[in-house]
Write a protein that binds this ligand. Structure first.
Ligand SMILES: [Zn+2]
Length: 567
């Protein structure tokens, strides 16, 4: 069984110790260690770090679970800091709550809490989503009722409710708390975020507005950043500029109002509505590009133009919709469609031939603005449209955001954009262009998934062109792309020979990943999620995935060095 190097250090821990009832857990309790570590690293004016409460001790009189015998072993995966990032039982752990996904997930919660050493009462259900291998149930960690940003544990359940795997990570200690004077500090955080964004983007602060301010606990190490593994209170401020492609999230400390991290929220979408801006110059605000209100519908499911960009976008929307429905059972319109009250209901919407103030016209780009698609001119290829719509899917599933997770977000969009193009039989996604992004568009080929180095992108973690501190998420996503190419088509790369699984199986492995990642997942988490997804699909018998297929996935992970911590 190839489970080598899934996520850094891999420890095999006897499940009889961890899971069988009646025995108090023998995993090192983090309290003392975490406390010392946190004190060492925080210092300054920060309040001392306080370990978060662990799970309640197991009663020695509790009845043993009926399956102790088969729970002989499970793999607990930890990252470089010793944080638990996954558990993979040798055989799925049966549900004691029946096959209803939520009840089954709740029945596994106590075991998971023991492995992660987290109080199960601080985990709340965030999402229950059917997938081809069964169901994923996503839990959000909270401290005092406030969510920990990226603190999530995702259960991969087979159709009978048994636990195939759980992945994710949680904060283990906190420092300080939220100020009592909430309205004043929220206002100060918003002000700070506006000023910092204006400075960084060279924009006027008066053109920026605060859309929302949400309370979170923020542990930088959850996203793969080095530093103290301590959650601190922050406000995540969502800022908008005057254009729909100007959206940022700023993480601002709740006490010192320093900017902790920031990222762009704009991502370059049945029921399909397409509008034609005919190169009319617009400000680019969300309202100014809305298809159905700012611009009249020129193509709907019932009627309209089939020519030019309008016709292609309409077809590509349909191909994306069909792809997700056929391979994953996902209804794209329900998941990411928008209803603007124009009588067509919830629809995947796109406005083509948009020209934006301050940009050249024709506009040679496309973006997902969180509600709908905006396209320039001639950029509407199958893979680019699939890329943009997948940003909408990611927004509603893993929620990848910021830092390494941003590059993973771009990678997932490239991967699914390409799968959509290939399965639709698009000529720009075939032959020599099978793995190139953008072929046939006005901007030409911009990335090569088979050979990322051709466009100065890394093809392995820490390899050539790997960037450690790079604000452009389209750089390191080359590693994600290379891994997808290897898993689908196979090749000899970096000392490993991978036999490709073919598109049908590869889609299932990657769709599992899309649902298993968490908002602050790292490249190592991706490597782990690939293995877990393959295992979950194997267990469920999806697409005929075999043990040997999962060994190929493990080899692809090793070849792209997704099992290494980024340096
Ligand atoms: Zn993108």
């Amino acid at each position: 069984m190839a489970r080598r190097g899934l996520a850094g250090d891999v420890a095999i821990i006897g499940a009889a110790v961890l899971i069988a009832a009646g025995v108090l857990v023998a995993v090192a309790t983090p309290s003392a260690k975490v406390q010392a570590f946190a004190n060492e690293l925080t210092g300054g004016d920060d309040p001392p770090a306080v370990p978060l409460p662990g799970p309640p001790p197991r009663s020695s009189t509790a009845a043993p679970t009926p399956t102790t015998a088969v729970q002989a072993q499970l793999t607990v995966q930890t990252d470089a800091t010793g944080r638990v990032v996954g558990m993979l039982p040798r055989t799925p752990l049966p549900s004691t709550g029946g096959s209803s996904p939520l009840a089954a997930a709740q029945s596994h919660l106590a075991d998971i809490a023991q492995v992660w050493q987290v109080d199960p009462d601080t985990l709340r259900v965030a999402d229950v989503r059917p997938v081809p291998f069964g169901t994923v149930v996503r839990y959000q960690q909270t401290i005092g009722g406030v969510p920990v940003f990226g603190g999530q544990i995702v259960q991969a359940l087979a159709k009978d409710g048994s636990l195939v795997s759980a992945v994710g990570k949680t904060a283990r200690a906190r420092s300080g708390g939220f100020p009592a004077d909430t309205s004043r500090t929220v206002q100060a955080a918003g002000q700070k975020a506006v000023t910092a964004t204006a400075d960084a983007k060279k924009l006027s602060a008066k053109d920026l507005s605060v859309q929302s301010t949400d309370q979170y606990w923020w542990d930088p190490t959850l996203g793969g950043t080095t530093g103290a593994a301590v959650a601190k209170p922050v406000y995540v401020v969502h800022i908008r500029g005057s254009r729909a492609d100007q959206q940022w999230s700023m993480v601002v400390g709740a006490n010192r109002t320093d900017v902790v991290q920031s990222w762009s929220e704009t991502r370059e979408a049945s029921n399909r509505d397409v509008c034609d801006a005919r190169r009319r110059l617009v400000s680019g605000s969300l309202a100014s590009v809305r298809c159905g209100t700012a611009f009249p519908l020129v193509r709907t499911e019932r009627s309209g133009s089939t020519a030019g960009d309008v016709g292609s976008v309409f077809k590509f929307f349909g191909d994306a919709q069909n792809f997700y429905a056929r391979f994953t059972g996902l209804d794209l319109t329900t998941l990411i469609g928008a209803d603007y009250g124009d009588g067509t209901g919830k629809a995947i919407r796109g406005t083509v031939r948009v020209c934006l103030v301050g940009e050249r016209c024709p506009f040679l780009n496309a973006f997902w603005d969180g509600e709908q698609m905006a396209f320039g001119e001639g950029v509407t290829t199958e893979d680019i449209t699939g890329h943009e719509l997948t940003h909408g899917v990611t927004q509603h599933t893993s929620g990848l955001q910021g830092g390494q997770a941003d590059a993973l977000n771009e990678g997932m969009s490239d991967v699914f954009g390409k799968f959509i193009g290939i399965t639709a039989g698009d000529p720009n996604d075939a032959g020599a262009n099978r793995w190139s992004i953008g072929a046939g568009s006005a901007i030409g080929v911009i990335r090569d998934m088979r050979n990322p180095q051709r466009f100065q992108q890394p093809d392995r973690v820490n390899g050539p062109f790997w960037v450690t501190d790079n604000p452009d998420p389209h750089a390191n996503d080359g590693v994600v792309n290379k891994a997808a190419f290897l898993i689908t088509d196979g090749a000899t790369f970096n000392g490993r020979t991978v036999r490709g699984l073919g598109v049908t199986k590869a889609v299932q492995v990657w769709f599992g990943v899309e649902n298993l990642l968490t908002p602050r997942s790292t490249f190592q988490d991706l490597g782990n999620a690939l293995a877990v997804s393959c295992q979950a699909n194997l267990t469920a018998g999806v697409a005929g995935i075999t043990q040997d297929d999962c060994a190929q996935v493990a080899d692809a992970v090793a070849a792209t060095q997704l099992d290494q911590a980024p340096q």
